[in-house]
Design a protein around this ligand. Structure first.
Ligand code: F6P
Length: 304
């Protein structure tokens, strides 16, 4: 998010605009927490996780009165456009400002969940996946040495993009995600088969929205008798220095969103498709479901 913020600020300044940053997201606009951002104020943040603007979930912004107040504050600060960096909720708010008040907005997809349509990747996903893979690799050392089954829970309330990607890269035996029914009997059967072939340790990845690592671990132990352990990675996936891929993505999308806004485009989100930066209407992005890649699911079962 910091890399994206830096890109928005510097691209806008390059185009002759002045930039105000609002702390605490929409809540901060309602509370009038704006401050001028210069090229220098976004220096030295490209490698920092989180956001220097901090963030908040704003209940007030969900009401029309709250949004009215926010728009009044934007006008009072001389803001002629707003770049919103965030996930589903942030983009929904941006669309409301666009549709209800005709306020010029563009969006930048920022979510470790990678569940935003109109872009192959959202900012944060690559870093989160790499963090999860590193954790899986470390856990595997104990799994192998102690001949155990580990169930590792990763983030993903509504989808399994992190689980699937980290599971493939981490060599997991099974990946349990909200998009796909799972059958514990079949999973236990395949663990037993693997054991018979000489495999003494296994790793199973579960997306938090598909089940609890501890319960799955207990279930596997009850059904197979194997020694099992559960690990929950939690918020460690949300922080840390961003990967090269995330930094470049953030710079490209942040700069594109600022450029499009300054060129008069409204209600769009910048995204990346293949190697190209593209722009889609936020209304399209929010009404489209990002599907899980079936080929990746097959890969997990084929490699286990
Ligand atoms: O939406 C991103 C996400 O990281 C989810 O995967 C996760 O469930 C959630 O945020 C955690 O939110 P909070 O920090 O509010 O508990």
């Amino acid at each position: 998010m910091n890399a994206a913020l830096r890109a928005v600020v510097r691209a806008s300044i390059k185009r002759g605009a002045e930039v105000i940053g609002f702390d605490h997201g929409y809540e901060g606009i309602i509370n009038n927490e704006g401050r001028p951002l210069t090229s220098t104020s976004v220096g030295g943040i490209i490698d920092r996780g989180g956001t220097i603007l901090r963030t908040a979930r704003s209940k007030r912004f969900m009401t029309l009165e709250g949004r009215q107040l926010a728009v009044e504050n934007l006008h009072a600060n001389g803001c002629e456009g707003l770049v919103v960096i965030g996930g589903d909720g942030s983009l929904t708010g941006a669309l409301k400002l666009h549709e209800e008040f005709d306020f010029p907005v563009t969006g930048v997809p920022g979510s470790i969940d990678n569940d935003i349509a109109g872009t192959d990747f959202s900012i944060g996903f690559d870093t989160a996946v790499n963090t999860a893979v590193e954790a899986i690799d470390r856990v595997r050392d104990t799994a192998y040495s102690h001949e155990r089954v580990f169930v590792i829970e990763v983030m993903g309330r509504r989808n399994g993009f992190i689980a699937l990607e980290a599971g493939i890269a981490g060599g997991a035996e099974a990946v349990i995600i909200p998009e796909e029914e799972h059958n514990m009997k079949l999973i236990c059967e395949s663990l037993r088969e693997a054991f018979q072939k000489g495999k003494r340790s296994s790793i199973i990845i579960v997306a938090e929205g598909a089940g609890k690592a501890q319960e799955i671990s207990d279930d596997i132990h009850a059904q197979t008798g194997f020694e099992t352990r559960a690990v929950v990675l939690g918020h460690m996936q949300r922080g840390g220095s961003p990967t090269q891929a995330d930094r470049v993505l953030a710079l490209r999308l942040g700069a594109m969103a600022a450029n499009r806004l300054l060129s008069g485009y409204r209600g769009e989100m910048a995204g990346v498709e293949g190697t190209k930066v593209v722009n889609h209407a936020i209304s399209y992005v929010l009404s489209t479901e990002r599907e899980i890649d079936r080929e990746r699911l097959w890969l997990v079962s084929a490699m286990s």
